[in-house]
Design a protein around this ligand. Structure first.
Ligand SMILES: [Fe+2]
Ligand SMILES: [Fe+2]
Length: 372
């Protein structure tokens, strides 16, 4: 029997009457998978997936609800069953949900559209080492993800056409690599603080938060694509080599490493900008109506009406632009002595300063004399 997936919203007297419990019990009874939650505006909403016949019975039940409920309206919508839930939320009887460790700042649409591709000029040998390494890595990544950027005039050559699948492969690989530096930097600064018995001045949290944010990017894309064994092997190899390489490099020159991540993020912004352009140009028809996975809606607090694949790419690109700014800024600082400009209170709050969101985003990062 065909598997279907639906999203439902129940309006009426549905909170405080055991509605979710009722829903869950019925779903289990009918062998359905999914989730259910209360919304802030007094509704109950969720998703259910399973055999068509069982889903119909389930919908009929929740249209009535438990004894004390009064359902005014049941909204339902068929969802794309291609979205695979291959890491479903924990199915434990006493747990409702897992909270986000770092709440994501809210970005406005206008701010996200202001993000642009950019490049910070290399000014010294350390910058050149960083830039050279990113170019090398990029070459390797283009090779394994089958990406070739067209020369001007070659845009319509079939060899350069990116499909939804090719983009996702590239995103998954990119994000699995991007989650490494923040964790390594945070870990090494943590250990240094313990070892030298000195304070860290607020860098660790920002670095770990970046790693977390990159992992959320990866998890979001994994909701849309299941990588095959070749991709997993590539990710495994890349992590083994990259983690160790970055670890040693960070011990030798953390400044060069932050510049390296700054340049890497320039490439990430470019990648997402191109994907958004392809989507806008109608080259990725499967994504035009695709909704962002629930994990993304929750994490980025995507407003209703702006939850498409394109919105998702705009959010992720803005995150990458933020990493670009943060790492170029950290690369401008005295690594041992300067406080983290993203974790301090400024003496003059009227002037623009580095912050959590992207309202004062600087493509090339903040110069040391402007923030310290
Ligand atoms: Fe990312
Ligand atoms: Fe990033």
């Amino acid at each position: 029997m065909a598997t279907q997936r639906i999203a439902f919203k129940v309006h009426g007297t549905v909170q405080g009457v055991g509605f979710r419990d009722f829903t869950q019990k019925r779903a289990i009874e009918y062998g359905l998978k999914g989730w259910v939650k209360n919304t802030d505006c007094g509704r109950v909403e969720g998703e259910a997936q399973g055999a068509e016949e069982q889903l119909q019975k389930f919908l009929k039940d929740i249209n009535k609800g438990p004894r004390l409920a009064h359902v005014v309206k049941l909204e339902k919508k068929a969802l794309n069953t291609q979205i695979k839930d291959y890491f479903p939320p924990p199915d434990a009887p006493k747990i409702k949900e897992v909270e986000t460790a770092w709440a994501h700042p809210v970005y406005t649409e206008e701010e996200m559209h202001r993000v642009t591709v950019g490049h910070r000029q290399a000014k010294n040998w350390s910058d050149w080492v960083a830039l050279g390494s990113v170019r090398l890595l990029r070459w390797g990544m283009d090779l394994v993800t089958g990406y070739k950027h067209p020369e001007p005039g070659q845009e319509h050559n079939a060899r350069f056409q990116m499909t939804e699948k090719k983009w996702l492969t590239r995103f998954v690989f990119l994000e699995s690599v991007a989650g490494v530096p923040g964790m390594v930097g945070g870990m090494l600064r943590h250990l240094r603080s313990l070892r030298r018995m000195k304070r860290d001045n607020g860098w660790i949290e920002t670095l770990l938060e970046e790693a977390y944010n990159e992992r959320m990017h990866l998890l979001t894309f994994l909701k849309l694509a299941e990588p095959g064994w070749f991709m997993r092997l590539m990710v495994l190899g890349a992590q083994g080599v990259f983690f160790n390489g970055f670890f040693i490099s960070y011990l030798v020159s953390p400044r060069t490493c932050h510049r390296f991540v700054g340049y890497l993020e320039e490439e990430a912004v470019l990648t997402y900008t191109r994907a958004i352009k392809d989507l806008e140009a109608g080259k990725l028809p499967k994504w035009e109506k695709l909704e962002a996975p629930q994990i993304a809606v929750q994490y980025w607090k995507m407003p209703e009406g702006s939850r498409t694949m394109k919105d998702l790419l705009l959010y992720i690109r803005a995150d990458e632009a933020k990493h670009r700014e943060v790492n170029h800024t950290l690369g401008n600082l005295n690594q041992g002595a300067d406080p983290n400009p993203y974790a301090v209170k400024y003496k003059d709050p009227a002037k623009p300063h580095p912050g959590k969101g992207i309202s004062n985003l600087k493509t090339n990062g903040w110069e040391r004399e402007d923030v310290i």
